[in-house]
Design a protein. Structure first.
Length: 224
């Protein structure tokens, strides 16, 4: 028997899984069955039913773990997306909330909104499945957006903290200088700095993706 070596397409992988497992599911943790190469190492792929000990994906999670994690994280994502969307709508539509200090909160809500909408679903799928099925192009975009939005969220929190600190310690002086133009410049600077941080991975400064049967999407080398 010849074994596949190197990267293959997602379609080839799924087809091979279907041929190897029959009515069962793949198990990459051992136990006999067909053999194949994963990351250059000969590893057994055994078949097991949906009620087997190991999960239905190479991640090794059991079906119970996958279902539980999917439900919990999906609820969390809905709360994040809906909650931040309501914050943005409230600040944009309510006249009493259209003050400068709430601009910083709206900027934070935008970052968290897109984190819950764009980043978390794909990260959840990658974690539960154990491999990246969405293609190399989206892996690069997803990693860059992850860095952009996480950095923007952190820096917006710092900006809100500074705004509160200056409002207390230099109340009269700071409130006179905190004009709409200056607040807009501060928010823009946060997003520009966050964007500069996420550009290097798009230009090739990133961890080399491991070669093997299963496509992976890693932003940095694992320490363990």
């Amino acid at each position: 028997m010849e074994y596949p070596v190197g990267n293959i397409t997602n379609e080839d992988f799924l087809a091979m899984i279907g041929n190897a497992s029959g009515i069962g599911q793949p198990n990459l943790t051992g136990g006999g069955g067909n053999d194949t190469y994963i990351n250059g190492t000969l590893s057994p792929i055994s078949t097991t039913t949906a009620t087997g000990i190991h999960g239905i994906y190479p991640s090794g999670y059991t079906i119970a773990h996958i279902v539980f994690a999917s439900i919990v994280v999906t609820i969390l994502m809905v709360i994040i997306v809906v909650g931040n969307m309501l914050v943005i709508i409230a600040i944009a539509t309510e006249k009493s909330l259209k003050n400068i200090q709430n601009w910083f909160i709206a900027s934070l809500a935008v970052a968290d909104f897109f984190l819950g909408l764009v980043i978390m679903p794909f990260s959840l799928a990658n974690e539960l499945m154990g491999y990246w099925i969405f293609g190399a192009w989206w892996c690069d975009i997803h990693s860059a957006m992850d860095v952009l939005l996480c950095t923007a969220s952190i820096m917006n929190l710092c900006l809100i903290s500074l705004d509160r600190y200056w409002s207390i310690t230099k109340a009269v002086e700071y409130l006179k200088t905190r004009t709409p133009a200056r607040a807009a410049i501060m928010i823009t600077a946060v997003w520009i700095m966050s964007g500069l941080i996420c550009i290097p991975p798009l230009l090739g400064w990133k961890a080399k993706q491991p070669e093997g049967l299963l496509p992976q999407c890693q932003f940095a080398e694992k320490l363990v």
